[in-house]
Write a protein that binds this ligand. Structure first.
Ligand SMILES: [Zn+2]
Ligand SMILES: [Zn+2]
Length: 411
């Protein structure tokens, strides 16, 4: 990275004009577009060439797409780093790796772990967020406090020793850092409703995950502010798992609650390994592009060879194996993805009936809206940050710009 700086970095303020691109707008493709970026923001989107200053750097897109940069609200790490390693180096390394896959805004996500480990992670996220520069990769818009408040029977690949029920004494400290923007808790845990109320007061996106909640528990969570469920179909309840916990009569689960409640949003891991094409298309058709996000849920094995790695903190996270396509826990269940958002976009386009602007929306504007950052990020619109990608017709990322600065793609 140290020698990966390009000439552009000597002129960070020079305007950029993209020509000969098809801009992917939230609701349509906009062909033969000129997109002008000045002082880090998008200032015009036209089909007639705008007048520009002599210092303007012109980038001929040669017919490629200009896409908004991706926004990932659920991601654990990459390039050998898990955010729970809790260091500035790990934070930066994973943010750089994901930027190379098109993610320009990221919400580093906690796993189960000790309060000390979670505080170290949140502090590292704050430190990197406060020194914004292209060498730090994707912008950190906030942290996703995901673990530790998971249900024991739905803990998945997270270490079970690191899970517990929420207490104000613990979570107030996390919220007080000011960096938590997304807050997850399993709805059936004692103290969950108080947790949701506090997260609502802190203006977080509130989500239920790693949970075996019933419909009535979800309804109580909804009343307290919950509007989202983590990785649909993964580590969440269904009618039979709720029956195993609560007996008969059979009850509705998180699944029915999300599908039956218009204001509930959710997310899918569209790596092709977690969910089949019919499930991805079902989620898209039932929830629509405005209530469904693509997330990577990516672990530290991104861009690394197959092998054994730790999920969560490097010192005591649980072991999983990457086979080069996905992570596997020792018990044979999946242990999160190992690919970036560009992969998710290609898979979703291939596997579902969603059109390209809708697929891109699910990876950019929808997560930006849900987390309250859509005024500045998530789409190609005048006034927003110049966080844009040149992507080929095969949807492979060719160039990445964050605030108008180009991210070097080679390591
Ligand atoms: Zn999970
Ligand atoms: Zn996860």
């Amino acid at each position: 990275m140290a020698d990966g700086l390009t000439a552009r970095h000597t002129l960070p303020m020079s305007p950029l004009l993209f020509t000969n691109v098809t801009a992917i707008l939230p609701d349509k493709l906009f062909p033969s577009a000129f997109v002008l970026c000045e002082r880090g923001k998008i200032t015009s989107i036209t089909q007639r060439r705008p007048k520009v200053s002599a210092q303007t750097q012109v980038i001929d897109g040669k017919g490629k797409y200009l896409s908004p940069g991706f926004v990932d609200i659920h991601v654990h790490g990459g390039a050998g780093h898990d955010f729970m390693d809790g260091t500035v180096e790990a934070m930066r390394g994973a943010c750089v790796a994901h930027a190379r896959h098109g993610t320009t805004t990221i919400f580093p996500t906690t796993t189960t772990g000790s309060p000390e480990q979670i505080h170290a992670m949140l502090n590292a996220a704050k430190a990197v967020q406060s020194e914004r520069r292209i060498e730090n990769g994707a912008r950190i818009a906030g942290a996703h406090m995901y673990g530790p408040f998971f249900a024991e029977d739905k803990v998945g690949c997270h270490s079970v020793e690191g899970r517990r029920s929420p207490t104000p004494a613990e979570y107030t400290g996390y919220f007080d850092t000011g960096i938590v923007r997304i807050a997850t808790c399993a709805a059936e845990l004692p103290g969950a409703v108080a947790f949701y109320r506090e997260a609502k007061r802190r203006r977080c996106l509130i989500t239920c995950g790693h949970s075996n909640a019933s419909w009535p528990e979800m309804a109580a969570a909804f009343r307290a502010g919950t509007r989202h469920v983590d990785h649909f179909w993964c580590a969440m309840s269904n009618v039979s798992s709720v029956r195993a916990r609560l007996g008969v009569p059979m009850r509705g689960s998180m699944l029915e609650f999300v599908l039956g409640t218009a204001d509930m949003s959710t997310e899918v891991i569209a790596d092709g390994c977690h969910l089949s094409p019919e499930l991805l298309d079902f989620a898209y058709r039932l929830k629509g592009a405005r209530k469904l996000c693509l997330v990577t849920d990516c672990n530290r094995a991104l861009d690394l060879p197959p092998g054994g790695y730790r999920f969560g903190a490097g010192e005591d996270g649980s072991w999983f194996t990457s086979d080069g396509k996905v992570g596997w826990a020792p018990n044979g269940s999946l242990a999160s993805s190992i690919v970036g958002m560009d992969h998710m976009v290609r898979q979703m386009k291939r596997d579902t009936s969603a059109n390209l602007p809708e697929v891109i929306r699910m990876a950019s504007l929808t997560p930006a809206e849900l987390t309250g950052i859509a005024r500045r990020a998530g789409s190609i619109e005048v006034g927003k940050q110049a966080d844009v990608l040149l992507i080929g017709r095969d949807l492979r990322v060719k160039q990445v710009f964050i605030g108008g600065d180009e991210m070097p793609l080679t390591r």
